[in-house]
Design a protein around this ligand. Sequence first.
Ligand code: UFG
Length: 339
Amino acid sequence: MRILVTGGSGYIGSHTTVQLVAAGHEVVIADDFSRSKRAVLGRLEELCGAPVACRVVDLTDREATRELFEQESFEAVMHFAGLKAVGESVALPLEYYTNNLGLTLSVLDAMRATGVKKFVFSSSATVYGEHASVPMREDMPTSATNPYGWTKVMQEQMLRDLATAAPDMRVALLRYFNPVGAHPSGLIGEDPHGVPNNLMPLLAQIAVGQRNRLNLFGRDYPTPDGTARRDYLHVEDLAAGHVAALDALSSREEAVSTWNLGTGTPTSVLELVAAFAEASGRVIPTVDSARRAGDIAESYADPTKAQTELGWKATRTIQDMCADTWRWQSSNPTGYPDA
Ligand code: UFG
């Protein structure tokens, strides 16, 4: 298929692009590089064995987006583009709603105008909200605790409403748990914009000597070691989940399908710190800190539905995730070069 990958130069979009090309699909990336570097494209070319087409476009611009769809001929869209920093979204709610909802509306408008029916959406386990029980299942109610999370809840709802009006659409809502790791080549990986918010890139930057220590946000959670537990998922497994979801869409009866992409196994903050220290051979100094506002004790998937319906299962271990993150970070200590 000829696929538009929005945000294809970002962390998850870039890893998925490599797997889409390997599966025989033709990819066109659309990105404005506001949170990513152009150097990603050279790395993708190296991994894919040929250049990957890229259109520099602001997808919140409806005219420009329509033009892109009219010039190219897409059979499916994978929609990764969007702002994703929880803390920033609390400080800048209007920017988050304008950008994340605007992007999706503009892309869906262009899809409707040009008859593109397949849409794979980057949703998040954040839509299970604050009070969900674990493991989280796709049929649980959704809510959010911050503007970023609400943009995901709202985009899911927009897509369900659209599919009601256009039942020939085939939409996949992929609810990611905690994506970490990097391509095993070390050529592409996570290169956070500014100070990282997430645990794994912080561990990687501490190990490589760019930061001094990790704040352990909360030691008093009702978990075995008192630190919060998450469902860390290798980005290569996550990328494979996208390819599987796209393949499955054509034969789905429902217009909208929701799938958790996670391992189903929780890992605590302290366990991940220990695994990363082991993989990197570096000491990770930690300091006990208060809980971070909005954090929940435990978040992990029930991944049964994706396993049954997509034949997809995460196979990489926490050790793989740490080793691959470390290979990426140690060979690119300051991320991608500015180019
Ligand atoms: N943590 C620390 N110290 C830090 C950073 C994080 O102890 O400096 C802890 C957090 O408190 C949490 C765990 O590490 O217990 C994981 O934190 P992340 O920020 O890496 O991940 P979250 O689970 O908080 O957030 C992720 C995504 C969000 C998404 C959310 C729910 O980053 O986009 O999962 O799905 F909304």
